[in-house]
Every structure is written in C-alpha cells, then in structure tokens.
Ligand binder design. Structure first.
Ligand code: ATP
Length: 469
C-alpha cells in the first residue's frame, strides 16, 4: 500500500494562488503609483528597483556592505543573548543582583534607539556602533524573558528534579531549558527582527564606512531612488532570513536538549549509589509535627522503619498524607520534633503525575535511573506495568492510569533507598491494581517503601505497617 497520501494538486494550486495574488496586486499598485511620479525621484517602480538590485549585486561593494552589517548585527545579537543568559542565571540565584539590575535594564529598554546611538557615537565612534546598539536592544528583552521563564517554572517539576537529585546537565537540559524556551521564543520573535531595524538605524545615523547604512544614506543624498529601494529590499530579506533561521534553530533545541539530558552522565555522588543495598537504611520520626504555617495538621507522629520495611499511610482525605510524604522527602520542613533519615537517596511518586511530558515512558524512567541502568532495563521494567504500545509515545498521550504506572516504574529505577508513593494505585482498574501491587512487592525489597492509600487491602497485600493519621 502506498504510505504517502496523494497530493491534492487543486488544493495546492489554490493555496499558491491565495499567497501570490495579494503580492501581485500590491506590485501592480506600486507600479501604477510610481508612474504617477514622472520625475522618478519620490517613487521608483518595482522593475526599476529590481534592475538596480541586479546592477548593485554584480559589484564587490554590494557584498562587502552586506558582510559588514550582517557581521556586526549578528555579533550584537549573539553577545546580547550570552550576556542576558549570564545575568538571568546570576539574578536567579542572587536576588540582590536582580534588584540592582532591574532599574538599569528598564532604563536601557525604555531609551529610544536614536538616543542610544548618539551617545554611543560619542563614546566608541561609528565603526562598531551597530554592534552595541543591537546588544543593548537584545539584553533587556531576553533578560526579562529568561527571568519570567525561570520564575514561572512548574513547581511540581522543580520538586521532581530536587527529590531525584538530578543536577548539572540533566537539570539544565530537561528542567530549565524547556521552562524558559517558550519565553525565549516569544521574546526572540520580536527582538530578532528589531535587531536589524536598530542596527541599520544606528548605521544610518553613524554612517560607518562600508556599511549598508552608509549605502542607503548615499543613495538618499544622490537621489538614487531605485538604489535606495534595492538596499532597503536587501535589509528586509536579510532580516527575514535571520529571524526565521534563528527561530527554526530555537524550535529545534528542545528535542536535542532532551537527548543531551539523557546522555549526561550520572555521577555516583549525585545519585546516592549504584543500586540500593538498603542494609543501613532507616527512617525514624519522634514527636514529628507536620503542616503549613505555624499550626500543625496533626498530633505529633512517631514511627521507626528499618531496611526492607513498608509503611502504609491510611487516613481520610485532607488529613495530611501528602504533607507527611513531602516532609519525608525534605520538600517541606517539619514544624517540630525529629525526623532522622539514614536512607541513601529518595524517589517519589506524586499524587498528580509529574513527568517530562514530551519524552516517552522509557526516557522518563531513564532520566532519573541509577547509573548503569540501560535502555533495555528501563523497557523491561516498564513492560511489567504497561502495554508495549504505551512505551514509545510521549507520556502526554498516555491515559491517567498509564502515566501513574510510568511514575511507579521510574520510582523503582531510581537509586533511592527511600521510596515514597502518594496513592500509587489510584485510578487503576482491578487488574492493573494487582499488577502494580505485585510490582511494588517485587522491587520494594532492600528499600524503605512508604505509601499512602485509601484502600485498607493494599497494606495487607504488601504486609505493611499501618500508620493511621
Ligand atoms: N500548600 C498548602 N498550604 C496550606 N495548606 C495546605 C497546602 N497543601 C495542603 N494543605 C492543607 O493541608 C491539609 C492536608 O493536605 P494533604 O494534601 O496532605 O492531605 P491528604 O491526606 O494527602 O489528602 P488526599 O487524600 O485528599 O490527597 C489539607 O487540609 C489541605 O487543605
């Protein structure tokens, strides 16, 4: 069977016509308007502009000017992105830097380009005025976009990377980059086109020798209107190419960043070890108070868990099971009492599935897996819980129950000796439920497993101690 659907030639033809017809219409309007100006100084026709472009493009000066301006504008943009990235990273870690930078960058952002150019001409002269002008346009726009992306990073995703101890390149490529990318794309779509406008405006004011700005200025001085239109057309094309090329590059970074995150080596210090041995793992609470603000949710809690033990948290809704699990994961500080955790590493299954949505089940498992855990291991582990056809689709396309099972597999592929499961069997049918119970029993040995459930039979099935809140 032919896999490619037949091309609808009629529809393609209509599509091409709807795109070309308006352009042709405006070219005719332009030609007619130019014919009304008999002098040809105010407005030249499109044909004259095209002839001028052909004439100019055969000269060395033409390509020299394009090279001169492109080099400076692109350098300004690249430098601007690097500086904005460094400043945003520092500001994110140091609020004082952010407070200090805020007024300066807002002032630069609000200053008209023409004023910036005039000041720069006094300071650095004309030759490189376009680089700094473009840089000053890019830095505030990209800096504020990056800060917004970092500020609005999903709290659940942050918790996920924090608990699993994913740092360095994996954290950058799988957490930070996808969080800032939409903001970066939105700001870039404005800034990239603007950078050419600002760069050429700077050259027109400073008139550096050999630049596109100088050519446009000369064409205006000598009233060579066709040349003026030809140069303007060049700037529009360069700006369009640059903007669309850079945006396509940016769009393509996410799948690549995910691959880089998966390839990043996981060092043993970071992960807590090769595989859980569980020999010395323990978790003890004495007079533990949990809650938000000053008022504890419950009376003081106490329990003691040794290696290969399982604790079931059972309580009605809203009584603090999730809060206790978050406290055990060190995502929240206890309000009082003592919590001694002697387990190496921790992994958690959240009540609301928290996954890297664009990656498939295997990649989600591998992202936080212990060192030496191969793709085949991840596939075998996932196959214990999920149908094969669910393994290679982005997890955002999976059902709620399937997503929970990806999380469950991920929790046991990670090296943590303490495994916290928040309602791991919620939303599963009877068969999937018993399969998940068997999975936890099989892989829970040599770890401490703490899970929250509303089903009293789960504790029995896993021979778990029960802590009723
Ligand atoms: N971020 C928060 N700030 C303040 N109070 C919160 C916060 N999160 C939860 N609570 C409150 O803490 C209490 C316990 O919530 P928690 O989510 O721990 O209960 P739960 O036992 O896990 O409930 P469920 O079984 O419905 O998941 C609830 O009364 C809830 O309103």
């Amino acid at each position: 069977m032919d896999k490619n659907p037949p091309i609808d030639k009629k529809a393609t033809g209509v599509h091409a016509l709807t795109r070309c017809a308006p352009v042709a219409f405006w070219l005719v309007v332009w030609q007619v308007a130019s014919m009304l100006d008999s002098s040809g100084i105010l407005l030249c026709g499109p044909l004259d502009a095209l002839l001028a472009l052909c004439r100019l493009s055969s000269t060395q000066t033409f390509w020299g000017s394009i090279w001169f301006s492109t080099l400076r504008i692109v350098a300004g943009v690249l430098l601007g992105y690097v500086i904005a990235g460094v400043l945003a990273a520092v500001s994110w870690h140091m609020s004082t830097v952010r407070i200090l930078l805020q007024p300066a960058l807002l002032a630069i952002k609000s200053t008209p380009v023409a004023c910036i150019v005039v000041i720069l001409l006094i300071w650095i002269g004309a030759a490189n005025v376009s680089i700094i002008t473009v840089l000053l346009l890019v830095v505030p726009a990209i800096y504020f976009a990056l800060c917004a992306g970092l500020d609005n990073m999903d709290a659940g995703q942050r918790d996920l990377f924090e608990i699993f101890g994913a740092r360095g390149r994996r954290r950058f490529f799988a957490l930070i980059w996808p969080a800032v990318l939409p903001y970066l794309q939105a700001a870039s779509s404005t800034v990239l086109g603007m950078s050419w406008k600002a760069g050429i405006a700077a050259e027109l004011i400073g008139v550096p020798a050999g630049s596109l700005g100088e050519r446009i200025y000369q064409a205006k001085l000598l009233l060579e209107t066709p040349d003026l239109f030809a140069w303007t057309f060049c700037v529009i094309c360069l700006s369009w190419l640059f903007e669309h090329g850079a945006m396509a590059l940016l769009r393509g970074t996410w799948p690549r960043a995910a691959k880089l995150a998966l390839r990043a080596p996981r060092d043993l210090m970071e992960s807590g070890g090769e595989a859980p041995s569980g020999h010395n793992a323990s978790l003890r609470a004495q007079g533990l108070l949990i809650g938000y603000g000053a008022e504890p949710l419950r009376e003081p809690l106490g329990f003691s868990l040794g290696p290969s033990s399982c604790l079931c948290l059972q309580a009605p809704s809203g009584t603090g099971k999730t809060t206790l699990l978050r406290t055990m994961a060190r995502l929240q500080k206890p309000l009082g009492g003592a919590l001694e955790n002697a387990a190496r590493g921790c992994s958690m299954m959240f009540q609301d599935a928290c996954l890297v949505e664009d990656l498939d089940a295997i990649d989600n498992i591998l992202l936080f897996a212990r060192p030496g855990f191969t793709r085949k291991d991840a596939r075998d582990l996932a196959c214990e819980l999920l149908p094969k056809d669910a393994l290679s689709r982005p997890v955002r396309e999976l059902s709620g129950g399937q997503r929970r099972r990806v999380e469950l597999a991920r929790a046991f592929a990670a090296p943590g000796e303490l495994v916290l499961l928040d309602e791991p069997f919620g939303g599963l049918d009877a068969q999937a439920h018993s399969c998940a119970l068997a999975f936890v029993k099989r892989h829970g040995t040599r770890r401490i497993v703490v899970f929250a459930t509303h089903d009293a039979n789960d504790a029995q099935a896993l021979t778990a101690q029960v802590l009723e809140l």
